[in-house]
Design a protein around this ligand. Structure first.
Ligand code: COA
Ligand code: AMP
Length: 628
């Protein structure tokens, strides 16, 4: 039995050897002879001379190893009431045929393919089909609006778009095709074709010449084999919110990613091949990429893909019913989902009506897991509830209680200790390492481990600027927090303008761009305000142009609708207040953190650099609270 300390020291003593050994659990067409390669900064490249294929590792190799009859993908839809099962053999056939269809449409190694799809099995086929051909997929979350999709299309410049006629949200059918059409009107890049999956809930018109019917294309296709690629070839681009309005194209390599995921499945999650692993997230987020698609499949688990919500589809026992029915061993979701369930089933009666005994643990990530939620879930489920900390950029956890190594004591409010591969430090503004218990910027000593981003798409300079420049020798996570005397990590929140709304990462800068474009708005700020269910929700504050008379309620409705139309419903933007002025420093910097404290009713110190302290009282009354 290895202890956490031994595993961590094992990595620290010989990172190259550690990762070379880990690389032995995946299939290579040409095995690597070296682990890390620092010769091409800013990227640190992993297994540079290795060659492999991600789809082979996720699918074909399990068929070759005799797992062809095991269920690989189990799709459960609370929206349609249907379940679908695909064995590894069946998944291979589906993916090979779709890859053949993509190849017939000209998709080849290195080409980009944008996938804008709801939670249907075909979305997983699509990702794997791209990987099979060595093409680079870029999945865009369905809750984003057309403008967001257009920005990603223009940056990735795909040869092909894949979509479905609709997504199913409670009480409404979301016309994905209409959103895609609108995005293509806004985008300057034009892919040659769109492949459209018609779902029974909505049949959409196809544009002759450009759009093709998914099923017809697949029926006419010849299966395609896996194309070997270099370990450092990109597997995908996943856009994520940063400080500016423009999303950042996080690049994921192939070899390092698969090695890290396979290692994490075993050592972080404690999962074994053949088990049912359920990440209740969406393929549009990093959790979906790593732990709905690649991680569980590469590890030979059955991955459960869920179309539905934790509550309301139909009720708060939706998760537990599925756990019982499918003997789920690992469940992974966002704290928000558990808060939503707790709100409707505080005594856990609906939970206890189901046998959740198959569960080994519940993992939480995507936002801060508040101690109440962790403790409630642990008391009800009677299994470890494991908070773990990571981000789109890293692709897998930076801090966790590594269940597959050794379960350490849980400290609610902490995602436990750094995962082997990550040396986490806390830095002050001058880049000095801070002692235990002192809050600062959470950073990771370079090089980042396999699986973490090597760069941003077509933007090495942006990568350097956003993550490496602030503290030379370290990757800046964008989160603030501290380490305690036992080395436990405490993540206190973002230090930039990124907010986490119901576990969804969004940029207040992006919202501000939309509000500022309104003809009556002179200036604006958006702050993330504490919310019992969603953790944080964005609230806008706008100052009107001189001489403009506007009805605040009507303007709020208009601005809320604009954010919904331009960012998407996932923004959960419902409040926008008209104020006379914004609190600023003498150099003109808007004091967002102070406004956040006012909105949350927390104590705050009046910043010494404030231009006019009286404005804080105005903001407090706008939020309907007493100042201070
Ligand atoms: N396509 C289109 N619209 C979508 C969408 C998608 N894939 N996902 C969400 N939306 C829409 C919703 O329909 C909703 O629209 P509405 O304002 O018209 O109701 C809006 O975006 C906000 O959605 P959501 O964040 O799901 O909030 P909700 O109020 O509908 O539900 C929760 C609240 C807590 C149940 C929900 O947020 C949840 O399940 N959270 C868990 C999050 C999660 O798994 N995160 C992944 C990181 S691990
Ligand atoms: P995303 O890139 O969407 O995965 O969001 C990453 C961000 O979510 C991180 O930078 C954190 O701010 C936040 N986050 C994710 N997991 C946790 C966690 N376990 N505790 C606190 N914050 C978290």
């Amino acid at each position: 039995m290895t202890t956490y300390r031994e595993a961590y020291e094992d990595w620290r003593a010989d990172p190259q050897g550690f990762w070379m050994r880990a690389a032995g659990t995946i299939d290579w067409v040409r095995p690597p002879t070296v682990a890390g390669d620092a010769s091409r900064p800013p990227s640190h490249r992993w297994f540079p001379d290795g060659r492999l294929n991600a789809c082979h590792n996720a699918v074909d190799r399990h068929v070759a190893a005799g797992r062809g009859e095991q269920v690989a993908l189990l799709h459960v839809s609370a929206m349609t009431g249907q379940e679908q099962r695909f064995t590894f053999g069946g998944l291979r056939d589906e993916v090979a045929r779709l890859a053949g269809a993509l190849r017939a449409l000209g998709v080849a190694r290195g080409d980009r393919v944008v996938i804008y799809m709801p939670m249907v099995p075909e979305a997983v086929f699509a990702m794997l089909a791209c990987a099979r051909l060595g093409a680079i997929h870029s999945v865009v979350f369905g809750g984003f609006a057309a403008r967001e999709l257009a920005m990603r299309i223009d940056d990735a410049r795909p040869v092909l778009l894949l979509t479905a006629s609709c997504g199913l949200e409670p009480g409404r059918v979301v016309d994905y095709k209409a959103l895609l059409d609108r995005a293509l009107e806004l985008a300057s890049h034009r892919p040659a074709h769109c492949l459209v999956l018609q779902r029974p809930q909505l049949q959409v018109a196809l544009e002759p010449g450009r759009d093709l019917d998914w099923r017809q294309a697949v029926d006419a296709a010849q299966p395609a084999d896996c194309v070997p690629v270099g370990s450092t070839d990109p597997l995908y681009i996943l856009y994520t919110s940063g400080t500016t309005g423009k999303p950042k194209g996080v690049v994921r390599d192939t070899g390092g990613y698969l090695v890290a995921l396979d290692w994490s499945m075993r050592h972080v999650y404690g999962a074994r091949p053949g088990e049912v692993y359920w990440a209740a997230s969406d393929i549009g987020w990093v959790v979906g990429h790593s732990y709905i698609v690649y991680g569980p499949l590469v590890h030979g688990c059955t991955t459960l893909m869920y179309e539905g919500k934790p509550v309301g589809t139909p009720d708060a026992s939706a998760y537990w019913r599925i756990v019982e029915r499918h003997r789920v061993r690992t469940l992974f979701t966002a704290p928000t989902a558990i808060r939503a369930i707790k709100r409707e089933d505080p005594a856990g009666e609906k939970m206890r009506a189901h046998d959740t005994g198959s569960l080994r643990a519940l993992f939480l990530a995507g936002e801060r897991a508040d101690p109440d939620t962790v403790q409630w879930a642990a008391a009800q489920l009677k299994v470890p509830v494991i908070d773990h900390w990571w981000q789109t950029e890293t692709g897998w956890p930076m801090a966790a209680n590594c269940l597959g190594i050794e379960m350490l004591p849980v400290k609610p409010g902490s995602p436990t200790r750094p995962v082997p591969g990550y040396e986490i430090v806390v830095l002050d503004a001058a880049g000095e390492s801070l002692p235990a218990g002192t809050q600062g910027a959470l950073a990771v000593r370079l090089p980042l481990p396999p699986g973490s981003l090597p760069t941003l798409w077509n933007d090495d300079e942006g990568y350097r600027r956003a993550y490496l420049a602030e503290h030379p020798g370290y990757y800046t996570t964008g989160d603030g927090g501290y380490l305690d005397a036992d080395g436990y990590v405490f993540v206190m929140g973002r230090t930039d303008d990124v907010i986490n709304v119901a576990g969804h990462r969004l940029s207040t800068g992006e919202f501000e761009e939309v509000l500022a474009a309104h003809p009556q708005v002179a200036e604006c700020a958006v702050v993330g305000v504490a919310d019992e269910l969603k953790g944080t929700v964005p609230v806008g504050l706008v100052v009107l142009k001189a001489g403009v008379q506007a009805d605040p309620q009507a303007l709020e409705r208009e601005l809320v609708a604009r954010i919904r139309d331009e960012v998407g419903p996932v923004a959960s933007f419902h409040r926008c207040l008209v104020v006379q002025r914004l609190p600023k420093t003498r150099s003109g910097k808007v004091l967002r953190a102070t406004m956040r404290a006012i909105a949350d009713g927390r104590d705050y110190a009046v910043p010494a650099t404030i231009e006019d302290p009286a404005v804080l009282g105005e903001i407090a009354s706008a939020f309907g609270r007493a100042a201070g």
